[in-house]
Every structure is written in C-alpha cells, then in structure tokens.
Design a protein around this ligand. Structure first.
Ligand SMILES: NC(=O)c1ccc[n+]([C@@H]2O[C@H](COP(=O)([O-])OP(=O)(O)OC[C@H]3O[C@@H](n4cnc5c(N)ncnc54)[C@H](OP(=O)(O)O)[C@@H]3O)[C@@H](O)[C@H]2O)c1
Length: 253
C-alpha cells in the first residue's frame, strides 16, 4: 500500500489513535497534515513521522471546534501541499453520565467536538476532495450502535457520526469521493484520562472492560490505523458508506 504524493489530513494526531494513524501513514510515504491542540505532543509525533520517511508533516495547532481554526486548517493545507486527498476526522472527546447524571454543558461540549466540528471541517474540505476524487474516514465507535449507560452524549454523537458518514457517502459517490468510518471498541489511549477517575479506579475500569472483550485484549491503535489506511487505499475503491467495527468481538455480547 503506497500513499506517496497523497496528502492525508488527520485531526487528533497528537495522541492515541490519531498519533498511531499518523505514524502508519508516514511509513506509507504520505504527505501529512497533523492537527491537535497540545503543541508539544503534536510536534513530537510530527518529528517521529519526519524521521520515518524524511517527509516533513505540516503540523497545525488548532481547535477543531473553533470555526476560524477549521478554515485555517484547510487554507494552510492547500497553501502548503496544493491539494487534499484523504480527510481523517479522528479528534474526539468523551464525557461520562447517563440521562440521570448529565447536564447540557456536557452534551454541548461532546456534540460540538464529535459531530459539529466534523460536519464543519468536512464541509470545508469537500470541494478539495471532489477535485482530487479523495476520501474521508471518520473515527466513530462501537458505542454508536451498542447501547450502554455510561456516556450518553458520547454514544449519540457517534451514532450521528455513523449516519453522517452514510449520508455524505451517498451524496459524494457521483463525485468519486468515498466516505467510511472505523468503529473501534476499547483502545488504551488518553481518552479516559479526564473522566474523573483515580488511577486505581481507571485501572480497575480498564481491567473490567478488557475482561469482557471476547478476545480478552484491548484493540491496539496501530490496528485501527491499519484499517483506516486500508479504507483510504485503492484496494477499498468499492467501499463507501460503511461503518467498520474493530472491537475484539465486543459487539457480540
Ligand atoms: N480509545 C478508545 O477506546 C476509543 C474507542 C472508540 C473510538 N474512539 C475514538 O477515537 C478518537 C481518538 O480518540 P483516542 O482514543 O485516540 O483519544 P486521545 O488519546 O484522547 O486522543 C484524542 C485526540 O483528539 C484531539 N482533540 C480532542 N478535542 C480536540 C479539539 N477540540 N481540537 C483539536 N483536537 C482535539 C486531542 O488533541 P490534544 O490532545 O492535542 O488536545 C487528541 O489528539 C476519538 O474520536 C474517540 O471517540 C476511541
């Protein structure tokens, strides 16, 4: 699989699945645009990618929920590389709480990051993707289709993302632009870092989650990255409008 001469934009590239995806695409010789908020982390990943294939990524420190930042991400990408081939909407957050234990601030924060920002950045990217006959991959979640009680706003934000994926796949198919999502189960990243658990509680939580996964292990970030790369490649040229589970069998129970 080769991505030489392909411009690949990854949001949330400063950590977790996005960082693994950046590293994976760098090995495939892609020209990378890496987006994140934490500058030090973003620079560290960009440097790692640069050392892999001597192709310097464009690192953009930006908050995808800020409309002006979203416009700047697309403008700088086109100014720097002249085109966009692959958009990977990966940045996301979680907040805990079911309907009895939530509030509108939490709802707004999660929906703004996980769906409004994706909607906006995609809207701005589409003219360039139509030109390149490119593709879009959204990082959704197993939780989009499997009901659970712990993170209601997060779950429904990802359900919305799956439907967004399918609707725009249908709309953009005549333009030769494919759109898919990857839907991971549990991956050890920084996602759960700020949910208000102590280290000990988090460790116990993770142990329980992994213990319930049929394959008895967490999904690895580089496994999600490999699936994203496959969906972005020519080998997946007949695949559009699909939500791909990668969950160690968690959907089975
Ligand atoms: N980990 C899992 O078990 C799991 C399972 C299913 C789906 N997912 C999805 O995978 C995606 C990546 O999450 P992760 O697990 O890799 O978590 P992570 O390690 O916390 O990474 C999240 C990334 O999103 C970025 N981000 C968040 N809000 C942003 C904003 N407003 N503007 C720009 N960047 C922003 C973060 O940037 P900074 O750190 O620089 O702020 C970070 O790079 C998310 O969409 C998540 O829902 C994760």
């Amino acid at each position: 699989m080769e991505f030489a001469e392909k411009v690949v934009l990854i949001t949330g590239a400063s950590s977790g699945i996005g960082a693994s995806t950046a590293i994976h695409f760098s090995k495939l010789s892609a020209k990378l645009v890496l987006v994140g908020r934490k500058e030090n982390n973003l620079k560290r990943i960009a440097l790692y990618c640069e050392k892999t294939k001597s192709i310097k990524p464009l690192a953009i420190v930006a908050d995808v929920t800020e409309d002006a930042d979203a416009q700047r991400i697309i403008n700088e990408t086109i100014e720097h590389f002249g085109k966009l081939d692959v958009l990977i909407n990966n940045a996301g957050i979680i907040d805990m709480g079911g309907i009895k234990k939530t509030n509108m601030e939490s709802y707004d924060k999660v929906m703004t990051t996980n769906i409004r920002a994706v909607f906006h950045l995609t809207m701005l990217a589409v003219p360039h993707l139509v030109q390149s006959r490119g593709c879009i991959i959204n990082t959704s979640c197993l939780a989009s289709s499997k009901p659970s009680t712990m993170a209601l706003a997060y779950n429904i934000s990802k359900a919305a993302l799956d439907h967004f994926t399918k609707c725009i796949a249908l709309e953009l198919a005549p333009d030769g632009v494919r759109v898919n999502s990857v839907n991971p189960g549990f991956v050890k990243t920084n996602l759960l870092k700020d949910i208000g658990l102590t280290e000990e509680q988090l460790e116990l939580f993770v142990k329980n989650v992994v213990g319930n996964m049929p394959l008895k292990r967490a999904v690895e970030g580089n496994e999600v990255a490999a699936l994203i790369a496959f969906l972005a490649s020519d080998q997946a040229s007949s695949i559009t409008g699909c939500n791909y589970l990668i969950d160690g069998g968690s959907s089975l129970r």
